[in-house]
Design a protein. Structure first.
Length: 155
């Protein structure tokens, strides 16, 4: 039976709760990932995804309750809503000071490296997450994402 250990990524890109959400977004962009575990003192304290950042920025920049599908559309709507550039700049400066700990999801679903790929897929589906931190003896040893499950499927 295929195990999580065989398909997880051991080089986990982690964030600190004290990182700014802009720094996190930059890391996501540079590393071509959509989320990462948040670690403090060697322990996972949360998970941050691009969706979390966009949802948060959307709430901060927009008064309506309807979230926009992308950050570029969000910025366009904000400018279009007749707020001047200086106001926009001030708002972005405030947002740039927001920390990962203020936006991250604290409900972290983890999995053991000895779990099966089927268990990983089931956990992802049940909890509507795209990645699972892999933990052994309370230590982060890897991460497995939906893409890794696809690899396992075709091997």
């Amino acid at each position: 039976m295929k195990k999580v250990r065989d398909f997880m990524n051991c080089n986990v890109i982690c964030l600190s709760p004290e990182d700014s959400i802009f720094d996190a977004a930059k890391i996501f962009s540079e590393k071509n990932i959509s989320g990462a575990p948040v670690v403090k003192d060697g322990k996972i304290v949360g998970v941050l995804s691009i969706s979390d950042i966009i949802r948060f920025v959307s709430m901060k920049l927009q008064k309506t309750e309807t979230p926009l599908p992308s950050l570029s559309l969000l910025i366009f709507e904000f400018i279009k809503s007749s707020k001047d550039y200086l106001t926009f700049k001030r708002e972005m400066k405030k947002i740039s000071k927001i920390k990962v700990k203020d936006v991250m999801s604290t409900k972290v679903v983890c999995i053991s490296p000895e779990a099966s790929i089927i268990e990983a897929a089931s956990l992802m589906e049940k909890n509507d997450v795209n990645r699972l931190p892999v933990v052994e003896n309370d230590k982060l040893v890897g991460i497995i994402a939906r893409e890794d499950l696809v690899k396992a499927l075709i091997e």
